[in-house]
Ligand binder design. Structure first.
Ligand code: COA
Length: 217
C-alpha cells in the first residue's frame, strides 16, 4: 500500500524496445530468485523465450511485452507479457474445447521489482494487458504460477482470477511438454501432505505444483 514514506512511483507503461532486453532478463531472474525458485526453472524460461523478447513476443501476432518505467531514473521496475494460448501454453491449449482455445490468451512473465511492490504497478500492468486482450478479441485470460508463489496467487485472486486444476510434478522438473504429472482437481479435497508441500519453497519441497488460473474478460 502506498504511503507518504513509500509513495507510488511515477511510471509510464510502454511497449518493449530492443534496448530493454538485459533489464527485463534481470528483472525476471530477481522475481523468481525472491521465492528461492530453482535456477533450472529460471534458466529454462531464459532459453525458451526471454533470450529474444522481440522475436518471441513483439513479432508474434496478438503477442506483446510491456515494461513499467520509473520516470525518476528511467529504470524498468515492472513487466508483463501476453501470448495467444496456442503459443503461451501449447500443452494446455490441446486440452481445451475448440470454441474456447483460440479465444483464450496467456498472461506470462509478470514481475514487479521487489522495492516497487504493493504500489499498484502490477495492477496497472494487468489492466494494460486486459485492454489489449479485449481489443484483440480474446474473452478469457489463462495463466499458470507455482502454488509456492504466494504473492502472485494473492495478486491474481485479488484481480478476479479463479483457480483451475493443479499439476503436480516431481521436484526440480520443469514444465515441458514431455513432463509427466498428476492432476489435482480444484473441486476435490487436496490431501494434507500435498497442501503442506504446496506452500513450501521449491528448493525445500519434494514436488512442484503448477496452479492454473482463469479470468473472463
Ligand atoms: C505478484 C506481483 C507482480 C504483484 O505486483 P504489485 O505491483 O506488488 O501488486 P499491486 O501493488 O498492484 O497489488 C494489487 C493487489 O494485489 C494483492 N497483492 C499484491 N501483492 C500481494 C502480497 N505480497 N500479499 C498479499 N496480497 C498481495 C493486494 O490485494 C494488492 O492490493 P493492496 O496492496 O491494496 O492490498 C509482485 O509481487 C511480484 O512481482 N512478485 C514477484 C514475481 C511474481 O510473483 N510474479 C508472478 C509470476 S506468475
Amino acid at each position: 500500500m502506498a504511503s507518504e514514506a513509500n509513495p507510488s512511483p511515477s511510471i509510464i507503461i510502454r511497449s518493449f524496445q530492443a534496448s530493454d532486453l538485459a533489464q527485463c532478463q534481470a528483472l525476471f531472474s530477481a522475481g523468481h530468485m525472491s521465492y528461492g525458485n530453482a535456477k533450472i526453472y529460471i534458466d529454462h524460461a531464459m532459453r525458451k523465450d526471454i533470450s529474444d523478447i522481440d522475436k518471441n513476443y513483439m513479432q508474434v501476432t496478438n503477442g506483446h511485452w510491456w515494461v513499467a518505467v520509473s520516470t525518476e531514473d528511467n529504470r524498468i521496475i515492472g513487466q508483463i507479457a501476453i501470448l495467444p494460448l496456442k503459443i503461451g501454453d501449447p500443452s494446455f491449449y490441446k486440452t481445451m474445447s475448440d470454441d474456447e482455445c483460440d479465444q483464450t490468451c496467456e498472461l506470462i512473465r509478470l514481475v514487479v521489482a521487489p522495492d516497487a511492490q504493493r504500489l499498484g504497478i502490477g495492477k496497472k500492468l494487468i489492466s494494460t494487458l486486459f485492454e489489449f486482450a479485449r481489443e484483440r478479441g480474446f474473452n478469457q485470460v489463462h495463466l499458470t504460477t507455482l502454488t509456492s508463489m504466494d504473492k502472485a496467487c494473492a495478486f491474481y485472486e485479488r484481480n478476479g482470477f479463479v483457480k483451475g486444476h493443479i499439476e503436480k510434478y516431481s521436484r526440480n522438473d520443469v514444465k515441458v511438454d514431455s513432463s509427466e504429472c498428476v492432476i489435482l482437481d480444484p473441486n476435490a479435497t487436496i490431501p494434507e501432505e500435498d497442501q503442506r508441500q504446496m506452500k513450501m519453497q521449491l528448493d525445500k519441497a519434494a514436488f512442484l505444483y503448477v496452479q492454473h488460473y482463469f479470468r473472463k474478460l
